[in-house]
Write a protein that binds this ligand. Sequence first.
Ligand code: ZN
Length: 410
Amino acid sequence: MAETLIKVDLTQSPTANEMIHNRWHPDIPMACWVKPGDEFILETFDWTGGFIKNNDSADDVRDIDLSTVHYLSGPVGVKGAEPGDLLVVDLLDIGAKPDSLWGFNGFFSKKNGGGFLTDHFPLAQKSIWDFHGMFTTSRHVPGVQFAGLIHPGLIGCLPDKPMLDMWNKREIDFIATDPDRVPGLANPPFAPTAHLGKLTGDAKAKVAAEGARTVPPREHGGNCDIKDLSRGSKIFFPVYVDGAGLSVGDLHFSQGDGEITFCGAIEMAGWVHMRVNLIKGGMAKYGIKNPIFKPSPITPTYNDYLIFEGISVDEHGQQHYLDVHVAYRQACLNAIEYLKKFGYSGAQAYSILGTAPVQGHISGVVDVPNACATLWIPTQIFDFDINPSAAGPIKHIDGSIQMPLSPDLK
Ligand code: ZN
């Protein structure tokens, strides 16, 4: 039986747990050690460490201190792992904790985090999703039910010092190009809220001052938010430090491609059952800079989609050159306008795009000046037919149920 090497108590603060950390730094001590071939289980907090509650107010989403995230379980040391190796991680299974069979999705306030469509949804909103075995529904978003494609939003190995220094320099230099931007261009190290496992005193202060924030995906993987990195996947991670230092967190019950709502997918606390192995010298052997992975043999078999196109002409009619970000935003906005015709609020439609197993594709990036992105909505997740027809859309959603919204206080 796989041993649970890291346990979390959801009634406690994550900062009281010495096997949890919220920064990347090579000097964070290993929380535990395993051998190649070992199977083990790591429990995790949700990415906010329990700050977001199962209630009907979005005040917590509005007020959260985003310098506290993400709370990760680890690092797990792997005996024999050396820089240049590949760490092979089998995600054998992933689940919710039995005392926490729910998750949350939200939109951050534009003044505190924002999101992909923050100019259209500038206020904090939240939806709570209940888990029914492998399915989920929300009391705030009626008319949909779908199977979870459960995955860690964030998983990766510790950087070495040169890589950490490179991350910090390039991101701090980038912030300097527009230091007053809201939301900010990136997040520099921030010592006051750093939690670094069992580090204390001067050792903690040094690592806290230098530790990279966990927000962006980087060369080591990290916060990639790839919905297809689901249970049953096999991932190959670059190793930079002796022991590798594997950490995981930010579990998602389900997510649409892009995690467009930023807070985020259906976020949950849970556990990951995994196995590790090594490919010695694998980075050079396979020319690997960023992780690669194999998908799960088991995924929800939604096979009928309504697909929305978007091009790189923005909401104001301005032309952008092959800009996939703009094109995907247009595809999402087009889908939201469409779903509103069935009675959903814009927020509910946005929440569906962020949480359901929606696919996003880069469809064309060569036909100047317009990139084309597509957003694929599985039609089978709805309780009613969302296909266009000559009869026109029927308002199945009557508007009596809405997502909690909090006014901006600042
Ligand atoms: Zn997440």
